[in-house]
Design a binder for this molecule. Sequence first.
Ligand SMILES: CSC[C@@H](O)[C@@H](O)C(=O)COP(=O)(O)O
Ligand SMILES: [Zn+2]
Length: 208
Amino acid sequence: MDQMTTTDLWAGAVREIIAAGRRMDRFGWVPATAGNISRRLPDGRIAITRSGGHKGLLAADGVIEVATDGRAVHPGDRPSAETLLHCQLYAHDPAIGAVLHGHSVASTVLSMMAADGAIVLADYEVQKVFAGQTTHEARVRVPVFDNDQDIARLCTVVAPDLGRMPAGYVIRGHGVYVWGDTMDVALARLEGLEFLLACELEKRKLGR
Ligand SMILES: CSC[C@@H](O)[C@@H](O)C(=O)COP(=O)(O)O
Ligand SMILES: [Zn+2]
């Protein structure tokens, strides 16, 4: 791959990450410095948001490269605190090309109330946004994992569920992780999941 092509690939990934951050911000899913966003390039490089920036106000220098073990490729760069959760998904499935993490009100509140380690979505038409879901009559289980500031340890808790989370997962009192083969697919899944969590929160406020 020539130099021009690798530069173009990187620029494309950065554009997608910046646009995703703006879109997530419009919905209020990345308050303050919350959230992180990554993209795996066709050549295997991983682009991810720098730690601590506002994800709705990203510029090109807010996106940096990490290796598959989560370490910054360029010395001095500080990748997202949750980089290992992104790398875990990329290592699990070579088809995954984008990972999104946001902190919505609905995911934060519902996960704090979740019993049995999951939020179960049922009877919603929009469940069909998730791969393999063809009817509102199915039940979509969204695992809820306890929050942990030790992200390597959190990865070991998430690991057994890899490959059986059609809608992504939620970290308790923290937020969602979703992914997709492309950024557009990941954003569609995020929008679908957040819509359903918002519905679920409204339902519970009505005592249902
Ligand atoms: C604003 S606190 C949120 C952070 O602790 C973390 O959960 C988060 O989502 C963003 O961390 P970052 O290191 O910027 O990727
Ligand atoms: Zn977070």
